[in-house]
Design a protein around this ligand. Structure first.
Ligand SMILES: [Zn+2]
Length: 163
């Protein structure tokens, strides 16, 4: 028993034990990123994204301003990253259609990510569910609804718009 406790303390001391981050930790970070653009995105939603591999962050971004890059693209604006096989935590469903900006779902497919964890589906009827469908069709694992309530609270105006 004492050996076990010693080992545990050693691991804690080395930081191994505490550094294993959960899905909620990464989604919380994505929400924090999203909130940095508060009052800067106008009628757009606040969106944050974190790309991870083996539970470590590779790159992250957020929608910084009205008509600015979508969060997914903003994570690559300084430099390109190899995110093949990564797990992505994004606060809003990636957009499916090329519009004013190119489709974020298509971008994630081209980047060959493995899994996408989404807080909320996009309530905009033009997008709703299409992003998820595109990703799934491309063989990407999709999880929705993680911290959905927190994201809705953060984006109260955006969700109200499409009620
Ligand atoms: Zn987008």
């Amino acid at each position: 028993m004492s050996f076990f406790i010693c080992t545990l303390n050693l691991l804690k001391g080395q930081g191994f034990y505490l550094k294993i981050r959960t899905d909620i930790d990464f989604m919380r970070e994505a929400l924090m990123l999203a909130s940095q653009a508060k009052d800067k995105v106008g009628h757009d939603p606040l969106v944050g994204v974190v790309f991870t591999k083996n539970r470590h962050v590779i790159t992250k971004g957020f929608h910084e301003k009205l008509f600015g890059l979508h969060a997914e693209f903003s994570a690559f604006k300084e430099q390109d990253f190899d995110v093949e096989g990564s797990t992505v935590y994004v606060t809003l469903e990636p957009c499916a259609h090329d519009d004013y900006f190119p489709s974020c779902a298509q971008f994630l497919i081209r980047k060959k990510v493995k899994k996408v964890v989404i807080a909320s589906l996009d309530p905009n009827p033009i997008e709703n569910g299409d992003g998820v469908q595109l990703l799934k069709k491309a063989g990407i694992e999709v999880v929705t609804g993680l911290m959905d309530a927190e994201n809705r609270l953060l984006n109260l105006n955006y969700f109200e718009r499409f009620k």
